[in-house]
Structure formats: structure tokens, C-alpha cells
Design a binder for this molecule. Structure first.
Ligand code: ATP
Ligand code: MG
Length: 396
């Protein structure tokens, strides 16, 4: 018993120490730590809250690492003090079938309605009727639920049961399903139809469906042939405005007794394309340099350190591509933005072969998520997906 107490005490201590360290550097990379460390997204936040309160489901889309998951937690944070609402977050990136989806959903619900309170007890009674395997995390003691049905139909019934449970609560529920495009990979090809039918019948539960595979999600929600057609409002997450990010960066450095000049911030935003993760990562690194007054020289040195550190990963990328794909990627990286990849001058400058070969190369680089296509007023253009890789390619 004493040993158990000691272990719990130790775990709590580690958590506290960790938490303290987390706040030490205000530019966090490992998830949401509170509104003071979260930049802007005011319009998106207002839209998501309004939608939830009006029973409108939202599909949140952006390229990777732009801040979808962070925004979901920012929205949830706003609902925290509202007794009329409960929020449930599930990430289905690692799920491969309807069964695993059901397990994630049940575990997500259990986290919010723990088995120690009366609603949680009701939930456990419901779940136990479905003969699950309930296991407990050895460190945190948190339970997780796994069903093992022989028939997909049984999972369908369970999902219905789980959502109906949420729907019958006296509070409203906002459910966020992150990496939603994953359901397109399930072997149960009717997953979309199953979910759509269940979700449509819920009056007390709103949804945020989030993901980064724009074309997969856009097709799922915009094609008239698909079950989710026109059932949600689309919300695209773009880069945060430079002006707002500038104020945020300055404020966070200042809050820790550091000064940073405008030239440095301007360079940070340019070098990271104001792509949230990369901007945060660079600021995190600069902050950790223990300099009181930051100027461009220190920023450049932090950029070099990051690229040097990541070099082994970049070499790995090269090993995963054919030499012509690598050549094309390098050319895109060197140009930064490529509007016309099959134009003669681009082909000639980097000796890229034929237009047909480039088209095939683009297709496979897009599929591998090594590049992405961004739309702008001047038309669509290609960029290297990983901003740090792009900056490294400029130099090699
Ligand atoms: N508005 C913000 N202000 C400050 N930091 C942010 C903001 N949004 C996101 N971040 C940070 O940026 C990083 C990337 O964000 P996040 O993981 O939310 O992106 P994502 O779009 O969900 O990425 P993925 O598609 O890979 O899941 C995280 O470290 C997160 O903490
Ligand atoms: Mg995410």
C-alpha cells in the first residue's frame, strides 16, 4: 500500500516538475498549455463556438502542423468553465478499422465521464453490457476500453449506443474527431454512411471533424455522392497574420524578461513562412539560447542549429526518394515557391528532364507529403511541405 502511495506520489511529482518545465519556455511544441501561450485564431475560435452552440458541425482543414489540434483544445478551453457543456476529443490517426474507432470513442467518453462519478457509473453500466475488455494504464491508472466483436454490425450498434448515451446527457456535448480522413482507410467501406446516419439523429451533440488531407476531406464533405455531403461547414485554417504573430512573439519574450527586435521577428516569420509549428519551434530554440536581448545574429545561429540537428532526417528523406524525385524536390526547395513546374526555364535551370517526368514526380511527391500545393490570387504553387527541409534544400 505504502509502495503504491509512493509510486502515485512520484508520478504526481514528475507531472508537476514536467508542468513547471513546460511553462518555462513559453513557445510550446507539445500541445496546448493555455490561452496565454496561444496566438490569435480569434475568428476561427468564435466560429467554432458559434457553430457548436447552434448545432452546426464543422470540418476543420489545413496543411499539417498549422494548428488544428491546438485550436480544438483552445475551443475546449473556452467551454471548460461552461457548466452546460462537455467536450470530448478523440484522435483516430492510429485507428485502422471501425472496431478501433469504437474503442477510441468509448475511451474518450470515459475520460470525460470518469467511472467515479454518477454519469460515469451509468456509462460503465452501458459499456459493461457490451462485454468490453477494460484495462488500466499502469502509471496514470486511467481506464481504457476495448471491444472485441466478431461482427462489424455489433460495432455499429455500439457506436450508436455510445452516441445515444452522449445525446441523453443533460449537458450539451462537443465531440472533436481529429484526423477524420482516417475513416476512408477502414476496410468497412460503409463507415461514412454508418456515422452519418447516427450523427444526423443526435440533437444534443455537435462535432468538429478535423484533418490535413484536404482533398480526401473535401471530397468526403463536398461530393454529392458521399454520405457526409453538405452536412458540415468547412473551415480552412491558414497561416496566422504576420502582425498578430509579431505582437505575440514580442509579448512572450517580454513576459520572461527578454527583448527581441523587429528585424529578428520579421526574419523568423519569413524563414518559417509563419507556418505555426516551425515558427514556434524556431522561437522555442531562440528562447532556450539564454540571451536577454535578441538580435538577428542569434536568430540566424538558431536557424543553423536547427538545420544541423535535422540533417540526419533530411538524408533519410533522400534515401526514400528516387534521384529524379529528389532533384525535383531540391529544385522546388531552392525556388521556395514554384508556380509553373513544367515551364522551360525551370526545367532548364535545374536540368529536370521532360514535362511528363515532372508531372509524375510532382504526383508522387504530393502523395508522399513531401510537397503541397497552395492556392493564391496569382494561381496555385508548389512548396516543400517541411519548412525546415525547404530551408536546408536552399543551401545544398
Ligand atoms: N495559435 C497558436 N499559437 C501558438 N502555438 C500554436 C498555435 N497553434 C498551434 N500551435 C503549436 O504549433 C504546433 C502545431 O500545431 P498542431 O499540432 O495543433 O497542428 P495540426 O494542424 O494539428 O498538425 P497535424 O496536421 O500534424 O496534426 C504545436 O506545437 C502547437 O502547440
Ligand atoms: Mg493535429
Amino acid at each position: 500500500m505504502y509502495n503504491t502511495f509512493c509510486i502515485i506520489h512520484f508520478v504526481l511529482y514528475i507531472c508537476c516538475v514536467k508542468k513547471k518545465n513546460v511553462i518555462e519556455n513559453p513557445f510550446q511544441l507539445k500541445g496546448y498549455i493555455g490561452p496565454n501561450y496561444f496566438c490569435d485564431r480569434e475568428n476561427e475560435l468564435a466560429r467554432l463556438i458559434l457553430n457548436a452552440k447552434n448545432g452546426v458541425n464543422t470540418t476543420l482543414l489545413s496543411v499539417r502542423r498549422m494548428g488544428k489540434t491546438g485550436l480544438i483544445h483552445h475551443v475546449f478551453n473556452q467551454f471548460k468553465s461552461d457548466k452546460k457543456w462537455k467536450t470530448i476529443y478523440i484522435d483516430i490517426y492510429a485507428t485502422q478499422n471501425l472496431g478501433q474507432f469504437t474503442n477510441e470513442l468509448a475511451s474518450g467518453i470515459l475520460e470525460v465521464f470518469p467511472h467515479t462519478n454518477s454519469v460515469g457509473k451509468k456509462f460503465m453500466t452501458l459499456v459493461k453490457g457490451l462485454s468490453p475488455v477494460i484495462s488500466y494504464d499502469s502509471l496514470t491508472g486511467n481506464p481504457s476500453i476495448a471491444f472485441s466483436f466478431a461482427q462489424p454490425k455489433q460495432y455499429e450498434q455500439s457506436i450508436k449506443g455510445l452516441f445515444n448515451f452522449l445525446n441523453s446527457q443533460s449537458q450539451n456535448v462537443l465531440v472533436a474527431i481529429d484526423e477524420f480522413q482516417q475513416i476512408g482507410n477502414y476496410p468497412e467501406k460503409n463507415t461514412e454512411a454508418i456515422l452519418r446516419t447516427i450523427i444526423q439523429s443526435l440533437t444534443n451533440v455537435s462535432f468538429i471533424f478535423s484533418g490535413s488531407h484536404k482533398h480526401l476531406l473535401a471530397e468526403m464533405f463536398n461530393s454529392s455522392k458521399r454520405p457526409f455531403f453538405s452536412s458540415t461547414q468547412m473551415l480552412h485554417l491558414d497561416a496566422i497574420e504576420n502582425e498578430k504573430y509579431t505582437i505575440f512573439i514580442k509579448k512572450l519574450f517580454q513576459s520572461k524578461g527578454k527583448k527581441i527586435n523587429d528585424e529578428s521577428i520579421e526574419f523568423i516569420l519569413y524563414w518559417t513562412r509563419t507556418h505555426t509549428y516551425y515558427t514556434q519551434a524556431l522561437c522555442n530554440r531562440i528562447y532556450s539560447m539564454d540571451i536577454k536581448s535578441i538580435e538577428k545574429e542569434s536568430v540566424l545561429s538558431a536557424c543553423n542549429d536547427i538545420l544541423k540537428e535535422q540533417e540526419p532526417i533530411f538524408f533519410q528523406y533522400r534515401n526514400l526518394l528516387t534521384s529524379s524525385q529528389w532533384k525535383l524536390l531540391k529544385a522546388i526547395g531552392k525556388e521556395d515557391e514554384v508556380y509553373q513546374p513544367t515551364a522551360q526555364d525551370f526545367i532548364f535551370k535545374y536540368r529536370l528532364g521532360t514535362a511528363g517526368g515532372i508531372r509524375r514526380g510532382l504526383e508522387s511527391l504530393l502523395k508522399k507529403e513531401m510537397i503541397y500545393r497552395k492556392e493564391s490570387e496569382k494561381g496555385g504553387y508548389y512548396l516543400v511541405y517541411d519548412c525546415f527541409l525547404s530551408r536546408w534544400l536552399e543551401r545544398v
